[in-house]
Write a protein that binds this ligand. Structure first.
Ligand code: F0G
Length: 457
């Protein structure tokens, strides 16, 4: 008999979680104005709001923390981190920052100027924010297939090279660099193929542009290349990682994802002029160059985390769990962005709450319903997150309206996945009876989804 699959780790420390009653949740949700960001974490049973900074560190990471060197300048922890990053990516220059958006802030302060255009594949919100905040434009060149949630393609995170080349011709000198997000979070945690990365590199060379990878989930991307792309089955994750980064000039990293630490980030590059240009901003915004925004102990834990999370068994365990949840949803007929993404499932609310008009935010309504059902906190990646059009001030209903269930690394068991799937099924089964959604009571002019106040209609 073939042995079944099991996790590549065992559990040494646990954190109790608590169930609540429906009455409690109804009250808490009301007090939170139907915005899950306003809930307290102890009001949540299973927390899927993000996979960022919510992972469980290994015993080796905790041990490394004890050896952290908190020297202001030249700490050994910095060199541990730098040497690990250089070994994995080939990038010589490393600047630590307190998280991913800080890496963007430091590097873009040097690279992005008013009137610039930065093409890429579904820039993450903060990436877009750091571009638009400098009065430049983030131009989305993702493949159109990403918009059809039911299409089953291996690399739905890819850059559409025809769109990219058109931009490179049209905007020429206004483009400071191309940015590729691996995996593509906004498109559903969908990977980018090595072939696509290579094509982007060829275009970049042809038009003399540098390439940055937004690398928050680069290891998951490498896993998908190994398991889905021809010619990579026998390569190790570390070999694939190196081959990916050979195609870029630099990276920004939110270490809270594939670094498996609770806080941290960095910039890494092979270009000395980027390093020289960015380092002054690091000192100004983050801290001195050998700690940036991080403690010595956190840099040590990150060095270990990066090494561990570029091993196949670790990634296999993780992606297997996301796929396990996806299979349950398949069993129940619940539609999500196909195929299952690396870090999350993105449930297609517009295909479930068909009676809730878009003006009443179906994905947010589904998020609220799932919380009320079982205390499970997902996150709307939909019309509320999309904000209003800056010119017309109309809601932007053009994109997808999804409920993201992000799975923290090494935190929940498959039994928790069963609970999530069953709770969602219960909501799904009564979907016909949900005819009204939520309305906005108060909203911020930008990034409204963190603070929006809603009422139940
Ligand atoms: N890039 C990507 C692709 C991200 O997903 C994130 C964060 C960032 C950059 C910014 O990194 O949070 O460390 O400053 N994504 C989190 C999420 C918040 O929930 O998807 P950060």
């Amino acid at each position: 008999m073939e042995l079944p699959f099991a996790e590549s780790w065992k559990i040494k420390m646990v954190e109790p979680i608590r169930k609540s009653t429906r009455e409690e949740r109804v009250q808490w949700m009301k007090e939170a104005y139907y915005n899950v960001f306003q809930l307290r974490s102890d009001q949540v049973y299973i927390d899927l709001i993000t996979d960022s900074g919510t992972g469980a560190m290994s015993d080796h990471q905790w041990a490394a923390m004890m050896m952290g060197d908190e020297s202001y300048a030249g700490a050994s922890s910095f060199f541990n981190l730098k040497e690990t990053i250089t070994r994995l990516t080939g990038f010589e220059y490393v600047i630590p920052t307190h998280q991913g958006r800080a890496a963007e802030n430091v590097l873009f302060s040097y690279l992005v100027h008013e009137g610039d255009i930065v093409p890429g594949n579904s820039h993450f919100d903060t990436t877009k924010g750091h571009i638009e905040g400098r009065k430049a434009i983030a131009l989305d060149c993702t493949v159109d297939e990403a918009k059809n949630t039911q299409l089953e393609l291996p690399f739905k995170g890819n850059v559409d090279c025809a769109k990219l080349e058109k931009a490179l011709i049209e905007y020429a000198d206004r483009i400071p660099f191309i940015i590729v997000t691996i995996t593509n979070n906004t498109a559903g945690g969908q990977p980018v193929s090595m072939d696509n990365l290579r094509q982007v590199r060829e275009l970049a060379n042809k038009y003399h542009k540098p390439v940055i990878f937004d690398s928050a989930r680069f290891a998951e991307n490498a896993y998908f290349i190994k398991t889905r792309e021809e010619g990579y089955a026998n390569k190790t994750i570390k070999e694939i990682t190196k081959e990916m980064f050979d195609l870029a000039d630099g990276m920004t990293m939110s270490a809270k994802k594939d670094g498996v630490v609770n806080m941290g980030g960095f910039i890494a590059t092979r270009l000395q002029d980027w390093y020289d240009g960015a380092k002054g901003y690091c000192v100004q915004f983050e801290g001195y160059l050998t700690y940036g925004g991080m403690n010595g102990r956190d840099m040590n834990a990150l060095a270990v985390g990066l090494d561990e999370n570029t091993e196949f068994d670790m990634l296999h365990t993780r992606i297997h769990q996301v796929e396990y949840l996806a299979k349950k949803l398949d069993e129940y007929g619940i539609p999500y962005q196909r195929p299952a993404g690396g870090h999350a499932l993105f449930v297609d609310a517009s295909k479930i709450l068909t009676h809730v008009p878009k003006e009443e935010f179906p994905a947010q309504t589904l998020t609220v319903e799932l919380y009320l059902e079982a205390g499970i906190r997902g996150c709307e990646i939909g019309y509320i997150l999309a904000d209003r059009d800056p010119v017309t001030r109309e809601n932007r209903f053009g994109g997808l309206d999804l409920l993201r269930l992000a799975i923290p690394r090494r935190v929940y068991t498959d039994n928790h996945m069963n609970v999530i799937a069953a709770a969602l099924k219960n909501v799904f089964d009564r979907r016909e009876s949900i005819t009204r959604g939520v309305g906005i009571v108060w909203e911020a002019p930008l990034m409204r989804h963190f603070t929006v106040k809603l009422e139940r209609l």
